[in-house]
Design a protein around this ligand. Structure first.
Ligand code: ATP
Ligand code: SF4
Ligand code: MG
Length: 319
């Protein structure tokens, strides 16, 4: 399989506060992964573990503190402006809230025409209509139900389909979807995430799917990474990670439901005691305070990755 995106040792440290009391927050630490062409790669993990920060850096909305992003073997930060613009067109985003993607005072179709004309993808209205019809069809909507309508005339699920259709206008190779269905009615979630699978299969689009929801991740992902406090702690084929978890954190998530069942909520949320939230370890494994298998060395040393059954696990248990 061809590599589309390669992330190497990505770290993002936010500095906050005044010059007298600087606080540093390590949002992403030493994260490496690849996204093949085409595949659905999921980033999952509890709130604040660094998923969105990783996405923002890939999309060029934030700059990394260190690390390299290679897109089709080219380092993104070394691309000339023209090539960078072209690359960023090939990488599109779909966000959590479809209602904030579209201005309530503008018709939704105006965004589509604007994108096609501004980016010079088409030159006539007829061409634009043809292009839009194709993209709407790809997300299960028709041109007739779309024209001259305002965002309030669509449901959340329809608007999220429209956000995906809009992302398709530039014929992207990669879509980064950050919690795309968490604000959509639970009964519609599966049908929308399945669209990503269709896009991969029919159009060869790769997807980075960011989610708390392990059920949808289980059904659509080829490979996945579980993040914990800025690090990837386990990464491999989605089925292997979710049905045969190895890292104690993934095991804890896995225990939260007996079987992956689309009707049940299965999330990455694990609640911490106040005292654990306070604990910030400078050395050692970040999971030590919650780990039922913690050993003496886990407090002193940062575990590297060990390969087990085709997955990479950041844990001394697999040394
Ligand atoms: N602009 C910022 N300035 C300072 N800290 C930030 C900023 N953006 C994110 N952070 C911090 O970085 C960490 C990672 O945040 P991020 O939004 O990437 O998490 P996430 O995994 O997307 O969480 P969620 O599931 O809640 O969306 C958090 O501790 C967050 O508070
Ligand atoms: S390295 Fe140690 S503390 Fe960390 S997850 Fe593994 S066993 Fe638990
Ligand atoms: Mg987020």
């Amino acid at each position: 399989m061809k590599k589309l995106l390669k992330i190497q040792n990505l770290t993002k440290i936010y500095s906050m506060g005044s010059i007298f009391s600087r606080i540093k927050i390590t949002a992403v630490e030493d994260v490496s992964f690849t996204v093949n062409e085409p595949e659905i790669f999921t980033l999952a993990g509890e709130s604040g573990c660094g998923k969105t920060t990783t996405a923002k850096i890939i999309l060029g909305f934030e700059e990394q503190t260190s690390g390299v992003i290679l897109y089709k073997d080219e380092p993104m930060n070394k691309l000339r402006l023209k090539d960078r613009t072209k690359t960023l067109r090939e990488i599109q985003a779909v966000f959590q809230n479809p209602f904030s993607t579209f201005n309530p005072l503008r018709t939704v179709d105006s965004y589509f025409y604007e994108t096609l004309i501004n980016l010079r993808i088409v030159s006539t209205k007829k061409e634009a209509q043809k292009e839009i019809s194709q993209k709407l069809q790809a997300v299960g909507l028709s041109f007739e139900e779309f024209t001259q309508r305002y965002p309030s005339e669509f449901s959340g699920g329809q608007l999220q389909r429209l956000s995906i259709a809009r992302a398709l206008l530039t014929d992207p190779s990669l879509i980064i979807a950050d919690e795309p269905v968490s604000m959509v009615d639970a009964s519609l979630r599966m049908s929308i995430v399945n669209l990503f699978k269709d896009l991969k299969e029919k159009y060869g689009v790769s997807v980075i799917y960011i989610t708390h929801d392990l059920t949808t991740a289980y059904y659509i992902s080829d490979r996945m990474a579980i993040m914990f406090r800025g690090n990837i702690v386990e990464m491999g084929p989605a089925e292997e990670v979710l049905t045969n978890p190895k890292h104690p954190y993934t095991c804890l998530l896995r225990e939260s439901v007996p079987e992956p069942d689309p009707e049940k909520e299965w999330t990455t949320r694990v609640y911490l005691a106040e005292s654990e939230q306070e604990e910030y370890l400078r050395t050692g494994c970040k999971f030590v305070a919650r780990c039922p298998s913690a050993m003496e060395k886990c407090r002193k040393f940062n575990p590297p990755y060990f390969e087990v059954n085709g997955t990479d696990v950041k844990c001394f248990l697999y040394e």
